[in-house]
Each structure stands twice: as C-alpha cells, then as structure tokens.
Write a protein that binds this ligand. Sequence first.
Ligand code: DGJ
Length: 322
Amino acid sequence: MLINGMRWYDTDNNEIHAHGGFMLEYGDYYYWYGENRTDNNFVSCYRTKDFKDWEFCNNVLTSSSPVKKINETNDLLLKRSEESFDPSVERLGFLRWDGEGNIISNIERPKVVYNEKTKKFVMWMHYENGHDYDAARCAVATCDTPDGDFVYHGSFRPHGNESRDCTLHKFNGKMYFIAACNANLDLIAYELTEDYLDVTENKMIMFPGEKREAPAFFNKDGEVFVLTSGCTGWRPNQCKFSKSNDMTEWEKLQKIGDEVTYRSQPAFVFHSKKNNKYYYFGDRWGNSSAEYFASTYVIFEIIFDKNNIPQLLYCENASVPK
Ligand code: DGJ
C-alpha cells in the first residue's frame, strides 16, 4: 500500500525518484518520469501496470546523455566548470558536482509525450545551469522508446521569454508547452510544432500577474482544466484551478484543497481511462533545496460536483488509480 508522504520504493526496493513528474500511457504500461538528483541523474523513468508495483526502467536523462543540436541557438551544455561562473553571484540553486569538478545543471519538471507522426518520445523540461536560478530556460530531448537513453537537444528561451515551472498538454488536437515566465508572474501556453520539438508563434498568456507555478492540466467533458500552485519556493501553498473551452479564455482561479494543498504541490493529473476517474499526483517537497531528498509524493482522487467543480479527495493512503 502506498501511504501519502511516505517513501515509495520500486520493485528492486530502491527509493523512487520521480519528482515534479509526468505520466505517459504507452502499450501495456504507465510510465512515470520525474526528477532524480542522485549522482549525475536528471530524469528517471519507472513503469507499472497496476500503480502498485513500480519497475525502475532507466535514468533516461543524465549529465552524460548523448546530445544533438536541432536548432542553432540551443545551448547543449549540461555541465560547466566551476570557474565559468561568476563567484560574486549568489548561488541560489541547488549546487551539484559531477565528481570531476564540473557543476551539473538542474533539470526540473520533466514531461514526456509521444508524437504519433515522428514516432518519437519527446521530453520538455525546465533547465537551470546548476549555479543559480537565472537561466530560466526550457529544454527538449527525444528518444525512440519510452524508457531508452534520451538524446538531449539543448535549452533555450521560447520567444526570448523566461521559462521555469512547466508542463505539456494536448487539447483539441494541439500540443502545448506551458511555462511560468516574466519572473513567474504569468503562465504562457505555447502551441508546439507538429514534431513537438519547438514552439510556434501561437501563444497565449494565462493568469497575468497571478504568480502561478506547477501547472497540471487535464481534459474533461470538452473543457480543459488546470491546477496550479502559488509561488513559495519549496513550501506548499494554496492550489487553485481554472477551466477553459479553448486554452485562451480562462475562468477566474478558484481555490481547491486546503491552504497548503495537504502539504503538496501539483506534479500532474492522471486520467484513468479504465474507471474514468482523475487523480492528482503531487510532490510533498522537503522545505528547501537542502532538504530536497526528504521530498515524497501524494496521490489524491479528484471528484467533481454537478457543475464540474473539482475537489481533492484528501486521504492518508494514496488513491491508487484503478
Ligand atoms: C517551485 C517549483 O514548483 C519547484 O519545481 C521548484 O522549482 C521550486 N520552486 C524551487 O524553489
């Protein structure tokens, strides 16, 4: 049984590292991707058929991943020598070394989707240089299989915008990359190109000035919903939701869950096609970057009233999807 906020283990009895994650249904499995900050890992992948037994698949992105430029302006670096940073700049991020004197990047909130046309698994993520929190870039990687070694295609700022907490979501046949920008004041949804490797010109600002992070989207009854947290670093705060018919016009944000979202922050929402239920997957972070490794997970079912207003169904045990 999975208890919310306790450590969860894979079938080899190793702790699951999949923070700020995402879930992809492919073939007979559900693949769970998320942040892993052990050693030189960035993103790990686990899979399950029943949401109880989680099999470790691979560290799909590490600081030694293969790299390939797909866009001249993308920056392929995943590690840098310590000397390349200005020592007078305060190191706000979570400093990581690779054991060879290099500072390695921070990758946050990795999300993976499958592109039917190119037959590629495409990962988008938030990239920071590992020294501070100012790079504010997104990055892209691809793979031919869901759990193989992803090829890193580099980081960039979409349309020159800062890009921090992020996710991917498909609505009405279009794939969007959604990220916090403008010093986290706004969220922006960018429609992606057909191959999902870049943003198009079609973009919309969501909740201007509302300072929302950790966006997690789902579709229900023809509408698109988003859950988002406020901006308080690693400390939990009040989650809010909104919905839209078209990704452009969003209803006013309304509170969901208690004032600290039962001590969690959204990672993603999983819709089970088997029982047509919706599940909130959240991170219960350690209180600071130094306490990152104390971070755990929660799963709450999302229930809806007759007006389709969502509620998180708080429970001590994780509401494992059926
Ligand atoms: C809040 C974000 O949602 C997390 O993913 C992480 O970036 C922390 N901020 C860092 O302070």
